[in-house]
Ligand binder design. Sequence first.
Ligand code: GH3
Ligand code: MG
Ligand code: MG
Ligand code: MG
Ligand code: MG
Length: 303
Amino acid sequence: MSEKAPSGTSQEASVLVVDDSQTVRELIRDHLERHGYRILLAHDGAEALAIYRTEDVHVLITDLEMPRMDGLELCWSVRADDDQHRTFCILMTSDADIQRRIEAFDAGADEFLTKPIDLPMLRARVRAGERITRTHRAMAEMLCTDYLTGVLNRRHFMERLEQMHHRAGRQDEPLAIAMFDIDHFKAINDTHGHSNGDLALKLFAANARDHLPPGGILGRLGGEEFCMALPAADLERVIARVEEVRRSTAGLLAERPDGHSFSFTVSVGVCAAQGAESVADLLAKADESLYFAKRSGRNRTVV
Ligand code: GH3
Ligand code: MG
Ligand code: MG
Ligand code: MG
Ligand code: MG
């Protein structure tokens, strides 16, 4: 899901239309395209699923009866991938299909449409579906994001870290964790005020995010403490990357609204997974290194 194209609210909605009848596909496509939707077409469930897995789909409209993979199976498969309901699913059935409609809802469909298709009704359903999808996505985003800095919040970071850890263990790949804690942050607040402290947090997070390697994640664990997880990298490379973050942080200038500015530093504790340690063990080790970084003078990285 995270590999798909990003979906800002301004982006036009994508609708995946699935039907084994070319006439129906093109009828729906022409109508929705005229009203500004981006349309993707598939002639059966299997083709639709392949498209679904590479494209960001807001609304899925699928026929029920199709060769290879039918609409119900498609719904099941989509929901297996889409446990956060990022796609609104509409199933097209005939009037006689009451039992199938019930099955469709159980398969994860959100709505159904009766064939023959009434185009204005179809468009109204798509509009409602798009509205629900966008609200859903915005809420999911909010639940995962730290409000102040825009990086992952603690809950979501921990979830993602567990997934990375699981994958790294299965593929026998290393995983490193870097724990960052801004130095003398209490003094920054005391000297420059809480809102300028916030500014420093935002600056730090934006800069650290710019240094994230592909597949890496950054979260705010709380207060002025951030954590980075870096996949499949050797320790030298991890340390070089983390040192870049630490050094560039010292070069950031927080500009106060009154025209004054200040700089700050960060200490880092790094830990690389060697074997079967749990996430909790890794975090504890990184934390311990961070403690030594603080003890030995701050503005440094300890492994
Ligand atoms: P050290 O170098 O040992 O890390 O010292 P420190 O002062 O950075 O650490 P300490 O844990 O004593 O202080 C952290 C401060 O961070 C205390 C708290 O008021 C402040 N803080 C926590 N969350 C926020 C926030 O969201 N915004 C601001 N401005 N300050 C925060
Ligand atoms: Mg059909
Ligand atoms: Mg702290
Ligand atoms: Mg502290
Ligand atoms: Mg601190």
